[in-house]
Design a protein around this ligand. Structure first.
Ligand SMILES: Nc1ncnc2c1ncn2[C@@H]1O[C@H](COP(=O)(O)OP(=O)(O)O)[C@@H](O)[C@H]1O
Ligand SMILES: [Mg+2]
Length: 255
């Protein structure tokens, strides 16, 4: 089976601070994610987790190495071809970033705009089948009855579920989630983890998720990747990761 996301020997050096020759945020990282696989990245603040996700989504151009998504080399694409390839990746962040004054359904529909921008602008709306697709994405996150409600009225956990529905509305092949439960209470965090695992296993999406809770990673992930100082220090099934190995990710890093 070919990988959905294939990162090979990725190096990312930010140009700042120039006096020190830039900052090496990723130093030869290789990762692959299969369809239907739920992979979690652990690592201390500053270990390069967000940089890795941003390079995969081609929001950042890496200094060296390759990123293939669904077989396409992202680092070589430009313009429209890049915009199209990016649709394969749904993004989820710590905060849901919903438009608070718009309805829940309108927010989910934003996920389909990448595919329908011209039509949507021309007609002032979305094709009917896209509306029902957005509704079914809301169903998947258990919030169908919230469709007409203003997004600003939702709890943090509900808002994050809507942001997952918005990502699903884009019809992605993979989800990249950067600390999706960092602002949630424990129960809402569990709900989001269950949801991400379900879309991964049942819908066949590859999911790459950054977490700060090793214990959630152990219970939900198919694989755990450990990043330390820009290097991948382990990549194993949860059962194979010793507690000391996880602890070592966070030790001795005080600035
Ligand atoms: N835009 C940037 N310019 C310069 N350095 C950056 C930039 N973004 C991140 N960094 C640096 O790269 C390293 C990795 O950052 P990041 O990927 O955000 O880590 P994490 O998400 O694991 O906390 C850190 O040393 C951080 O200071
Ligand atoms: Mg980060």
């Amino acid at each position: 089976m070919s990988a959905l996301i294939e990162v090979d020997d990725l190096v990312m050096r930010y140009p700042t601070p120039p006096s020190m020759g830039g900052r090496l945020a990723l130093n030869g990282v290789s990762v692959s994610v299969q369809p239907g696989e739920f992979a979690v990245i652990l690592g201390a603040n500053g270990s390069g987790k967000s940089t890795l996700l941003r390079c995969i989504a081609a929001m950042l151009r890496p200094s060296a190495g390759s990123v293939r998504v669904d077989g396409q080399e992202m680092t070589r694409l430009r313009g429209r071809a890049l915009a199209k390839a990016r649709l394969a990746l749904g993004m989820i962040f710590q905060h849901a970033h919903l438009v608070r004054r718009r309805s829940v359904l309108a927010n989910v529909c934003c996920g389909t705009l990448g595919r329908h921008r011209t039509l949507a602008t021309a007609l002032g709306g979305l094709p009917r089948q896209e509306l029902s697709h957005a509704q079914s994405c809301l169903d998947q996150v258990g919030l169908r009855s919230f469709a007409p409600q203003r997004a600003g009225t939702l709890s943090g956990g509900q808002a994050q579920r809507v942001s997952i529905a918005r990502a699903l509305a884009q019809r992605p092949r993979a989800l990249l989630a950067d600390e999706p439960v960092a602002s949630l209470d424990p129960e809402a965090a569990e709900e989001i983890m269950r949801l991400l695992r379900r879309v991964s296993h049942e819908e066949g999406l590859g999911v790459l998720c950054v977490l700060h809770q090793p214990e959630l990673a152990r219970r939900y992930a198919d694989r755990i990747l450990g990043l330390r100082l820009g290097k991948l220090v382990f990549d194993e099934r949860p059962g194979g990761v010793a507690a000391g190995t996880v602890g070592a990710l966070y030790e001795g890093l005080a600035a």
